[in-house]
Design a protein around this ligand. Structure first.
Ligand code: ARG
Length: 286
């Protein structure tokens, strides 16, 4: 077993992503426990905070594509839900709640216009909100949003193993609020020969899920309830740099200990919609 407190040399790899400026962000409906339409939102502040995230990604050398926001779709900023893209195939989203359903076709149009093969989904799914590629396998969440039959569809479409994980806490309703992928590089092999690692919140899963996670990721970072409560896990990186919520201080410490370079950003306004760093980020894999 490797000493996890010894900093490891980590190599970043360039990421290609899609984002959506929150020009029409507000909270006018409630589809997760974070949202309260009674609370005021500040769209200009949301845009400024989002711009800081965007600038952070550009500084890291990421290739950042933008999709035009649409008036009346306030959650469109959470681009991670717009689909799942792997092997140049974009598996479209089919949203659970009617308020977000028009986002599915809007994102599929963007994928088509930008040269991806689009698979119109047969089943309810919210894209990378619930599907995370870790090495060769796709971890797939269900319980609140994506239906488990979408996991089957995903497995057939990509010919990869899809591991179903049931989410049990409504505050962590998407898989990307409960798990962060730390090593996104294709073919990544760790210093001790291990595969790509993750960070997760144990209490977001049932016993069955925990058994799978413990077995597959024995060296995973386990985050605290406090860090999860600021959507700290909802983070995105390149295998070395990890962009996280600046308030997730213990997660930050743990990342540093493992040789990652955490970079804190403040997305407090977008947290009012129930989303953070990763929610604003959809990975495009050609
Ligand atoms: N208000 C949005 C919803 O509830 C937030 C989505 C957050 N996105 C994510 N990838 N977790 O659908």
């Amino acid at each position: 077993m490797p000493a996890t407190n010894v900093a490891t040399v980590r190599t970043p790899s360039k990421r290609t992503i899609l984002m959506c400026r929150p020009e029409f962000f507000t909270v006018v409906y409630r589809i997760n426990p974070w949202m309260d339409p009674q609370l005021p939102t500040d769209t200009a502040l949301a845009v400024r905070q989002w711009e800081a995230l965007y600038a952070t990604y550009l500084d890291l050398g990421f290739d950042v594509h933008l999709i035009d926001p649409i008036d009346g779709l306030p959650d469109m900023v959470y681009a991670a839900n717009g689909g799942f893209v792997l092997d140049n195939i974009a598996y479209g989203a089919s949203f659970t709640y009617p308020e977000r359903q028009p986002e599915g076709p809007a994102y599929m149009d963007w994928f088509r216009e930008n040269g991806f093969d689009v698979k119109v989904p047969d089943n309810i799914n919210e894209g990378e909100g619930d599907f995370l590629l870790v090495g060769d396998v796709i971890l797939a969440g269900t319980g609140f949003r994506s239906a488990s039959n979408s996991h089957q569809e995903l497995a057939e479409l990509y010919g990869r193993d899809v591991i179903t994980l049931e989410l049990v806490n409504p505050s962590f309703y998407h898989l990307d609020t409960a798990i962060a992928v730390l090593d996104p590089q294709p073919g990544y092999v760790g210093p001790d020969g291990s595969g790509p690692n993750i960070a997760y919140l144990p209490s977001a899963f049932n016993e069955q899920g925990l058994t799978v996670l413990r077995e597959r990721f024995p060296n995973a970072i386990l985050v605290t309830e406090e860090d999860a409560a600021v959507l700290g896990l909802n983070s995105f990186g390149d295998g070395y740099n990890m962009v996280i919520a600046s308030r997730a201080t213990d997660y930050e410490r743990q990342l540093r200990e493992r040789g990652y370079n955490p970079i804190g950003v403040d997305l407090s306004e977008l947290l009012l919609g129930g989303g953070g760093v990763k929610c604003c980020t959809l990975e495009l894999r050609r």
